[in-house]
Design a protein around this ligand. Structure first.
Ligand SMILES: Cc1cc2nc3c(=O)[nH]c(=O)nc-3n(C[C@H](O)[C@H](O)[C@H](O)COP(=O)(O)O)c2cc1C
Length: 328
C-alpha cells in the first residue's frame, strides 16, 4: 500500500492513542513490525498558543520513519499552522482527527463533530493539504450516529481535495465503544474512494485482521487496544499476512524485558516522576498470564520509581515461572 510516496508493506499500523502512542511506545511497536505509527492526538489550538506540552507531544525520534502526527481542531487556519509545525518536527504524514468522541473536543467543533459538518470538514482538510508537502490522511469514525453515516461521502470529498488515505474506525460517535465495530462501514468507504482505506476497530488476532481485509477490501489494518501490553501483535499479524502461519505468543521473560524497556525509555523521555505515573497502568497490561497475575497488576498502581517497577516485574516473572501460563 502507498500513502502518497510512502510505501507501507504489509500495512499493519499502530493507531493514534492519547497517553499511549508516544515516542517510546511507537518505537517498540515499530520494532515489533508496525509499518506505520501515528502519534497521539495533538490539539492544534494549544500548538498555536505555543503550549510546550503540545510541541513536546509532537517530537519524533531521530530515524523514526514512517511516522504520522495526528492533529485535531476545527479552524482551517489553525489546523494548517499545526500541520506546518508537525511537518517541521519530522512527520512523514499528517493525520487529521475526525473520530475523537470526547465532549471537550466535540464542543469546539473538532474530532467527531466534523462528521456532522460536511463543508467545515472539507475546509479543514483542504487547508491542511495546501499547507504541507507531505501526505495528509484522515482518521474518522463512520458518522455521528446510525442515522448519520457520513464517512462514505466525506471520504469521497476528501479524496477530491487531495487526501492520500482514510483510516476508518468502524463505529459511530454515539457508539463510543459500547457496540462491537461494524466492519461494513469500512466496506462502504472502500467502495467510494480510490485512495487506500485502512480498517480499524476490534482487531485483536492475525486471523481477524485477515478476515477484516477480506470482508471489506481494506488495504491495511490499524491496531489500537490489542497492542496495549502486547506490541508483539504487530509481528504476529505481519507474519501471518506474509506467510499464512501463526507465531507463538511472547514468553513471560519477553514480556518482562519489554515492560522494563518501555519503563526505561519513558523515564529517559519524560523523567522518572511523570514516566512512572504514566506507566502504572501500562505496566499492568504486560503482566498477564497466570491466575494470580491480578495481584501483580494491582500492585502496579503503587510503584513510584523505576526500581519499584523492576522489583515488581522480577517478582511477577519469578511467580509466572512457577505457574502454568494461560495465554497462548
Ligand atoms: C487510550 C486510547 C486513546 C485514544 N486516542 C486516540 C487519539 O488520540 N486519536 C484518535 O484518532 N483515536 C484515538 N483512539 C481511538 C483508537 O485510535 C482506535 O480508533 C480505537 O481504539 C479502535 O481501535 P481498536 O479496537 O484497535 O482499539 C484512542 C483509543 C484509546 C483506547
Amino acid at each position: 500500500m502507498r500513502i502518497g510516496d510512502i510505501e507501507i508493506d504489509p500495512s499493519v499500523m499502530l493507531a493514534p492513542m492519547a497517553g499511549v502512542s508516544n515516542r517510546a511506545f511507537r518505537a517498540l511497536a515499530r520494532k515489533q513490525g508496525a509499518t506505520l505509527c501515528i502519534s497521539e492526538m495533538i490539539n492544534a489550538n494549544a500548538l498555536l498558543h505555543s503550549s510546550a506540552k503540545s510541541y513536546w507531544l509532537m517530537e519524533v525520534d531521530p530515524g523514526e520513519s514512517p511516522v504520522g502526527i495526528q492533529i485535531a481542531g476545527s479552524d482551517p487556519e489553525t489546523m494548517a499552522a499545526a500541520a506546518i509545525a508537525a511537518e517541521k518536527e519530522g512527520a512523514d504524514l499528517i493525520d487529521i482527527n475526525m473520530g475523537c468522541p470526547v465532549q471537550k473536543v466535540v464542543k469546539n467543533g473538532a474530532g467527531s463533530a466534523l462528521l456532522n459538518d460536511f463543508e467545515g470538514a472539507v475546509r479543514v482538510v483542504s487547508a491542511v493539504v495546501s499547507a504541507v508537502k507531505i501526505p495528509v490522511t484522515v482518521k474518522m469514525r463512520a458518522g455521528w450516529d446510525d442515522a448519520n453515516i457520513t464517512a462514505p461521502s466525506l471520504a469521497e470529498a476528501f479524496e477530491r481535495v487531495g487526501v492520500k488515505a482514510i483510516a476508518l474506525h468502524a463505529r459511530t460517535r454515539e457508539d463510543q465503544y459500547k457496540r462491537p465495530a461494524n466492519w461494513q462501514y469500512i466496506k462502504q468507504v472502500k467502495e467510494r474512494v480510490g485512495i487506500p482505506v485502512i480498517g480499524n476497530g476490534d482487531i485483536d488476532t492475525p486471523l481477524n485482521a485477515l478476515r477484516m481485509m477480506e470482508e471489506t477490501g481494506a488495504d491495511g489494518v490499524m491496531i489500537g487496544r490489542a497492542s496495549l501490553g502486547d506490541p508483539w501483535i504487530f509481528k504476529r499479524i505481519t507474519h501471518y499476512l506474509r506467510y499464512g502461519e501463526p507465531l507463538p505468543a511472547p514468553t513471560a521473560q519477553e514480556r518482562a524485558e519489554m515492560a522494563l524497556w518501555h519503563v526505561r525509555r519513558m523515564v529517559e523521555i519524560k523523567g522518572e516522576p511523570v514516566a512512572i505515573s504514566e506507566m502504572r497502568k501500562q505496566l499492568a497490561w504486560y503482566l498477564k498470564g497466570t491466575e494470580d497475575s491480578a495481584l501483580y497488576r494491582a500492585r502496579c498502581t503503587q510503584i513510584s520509581t523505576e526500581t519499584d517497577a523492576q522489583t515488581l516485574v522480577a517478582e511477577w516473572l519469578h511467580h509466572t515461572r512457577n505457574e502454568a501460563l494461560s495465554w497462548n
